[in-house]
Design a binder for this molecule. Structure first.
Ligand SMILES: [Mn+2]
Length: 266
């Protein structure tokens, strides 16, 4: 039995199938864990979701920012071109229900090792116990208050975590940290405007501070940041978005031996 964590698929279904063939994925035996952004921009988002649902017993996933965008469109009965097939699918309700059940953070244990998986990452301000609670808090809001949650989750502010933040500002910031973060400042405030890799004052890749929170047996795996092409220069924080939808590669990591597998964009 093997566990494979797979980077941002973004509708690249043909490459996902090729990657599953390459790792010899056996649904009865193996587990696939998606690091978020299953959908949007790529050509076959509906096929990717149906693959996950058909294999639901062997699939886990965290929500990415594009998955949240799809949930918003479904809940508010809005539409967009790139996700058109999904809105016309006869199993739209099933898709919505499956997506709504996904967490923002996963903990996978392999023997004595622990892997934390979040789409964008985990800010150093949260220890893992708190991060788990915050993921559960958003899951509960998705179950109980989805319309308002999705209505209010847009925007880049507030940028810095603080316990006084009230309901929707707090929820928006939790979602932004887990699904959109790249750079933060020294205090841990999000710097969402910056996307390129040129050094800039007080813009620190989030993992440079979070690395100090990890115990010897813990690692983090994240997607979202295609420009890194998987390079964090850290052994214990592994970037797995290699920009398939941008014409590069789709990547999986097998947790048992941390071997990487790639397929090129077709
Ligand atoms: Mn993303």
């Amino acid at each position: 039995m093997s566990h494979y964590v797979i980077g941002d698929v973004q509708g690249c279904y043909d490459e996902l199938v090729a990657l599953c063939t390459k790792v010899k994925f056996e649904p009865q035996k193996d587990k696939l864990i998606f690091a978020g952004d299953l959908v949007n921009r790529g050509p076959k988002s509906l096929e990717v979701l149906n693959f996950c649902i058909e294999n639901r017993e062997s699939v886990k996933a965290v929500l990415g920012n594009h998955d949240f965008y799809l949930l918003y469109l479904i809940e508010h009965q809005k539409r967009n071109k790139s996700l058109k097939q999904i809105f016309e699918a006869n199993n739209l309700d099933e898709i919505n229900k499956w997506l709504k059940g996904l967490p923002l953070l996963l903990k996978i244990k392999i023997k004595t090792n622990i892997y934390w998986i979040a789409h964008a990452g985990i800010p150093f301000l949260w220890d893992f116990k708190i991060a788990q609670q915050l993921s559960k808090e958003i899951q509960s809001a998705i179950r109980n208050d989805a319309y308002n949650l999705f209505e209010n989750m847009w925007g880049d502010t507030p940028s810095l975590w603080n316990l006084e933040l009230e309901k929707y500002k707090r929820q928006r910031l939790i979602i932004n940290y887990f699904t959109r973060m790249r750079f933060t400042d020294k205090k841990g405030a999000l710097k969402l405007k910056k996307k390129d890799l040129t050094p800039e004052k007080n813009h620190i890749p989030w993992f440079e501070q979070t690395k100090n929170n990890l115990k010897d047996n813990e690692k983090i795996i994240f997607g979202h940041w295609a420009a890194l092409n998987g390079k964090t220069n850290l052994d214990n924080i592994i970037g797995i978005d290699t920009g398939c939808v941008w014409g590069n590669k789709l990547t999986a990591i097998r947790l048992e031996d941390e071997k990487l597998f790639h397929v090129s964009k077709k």
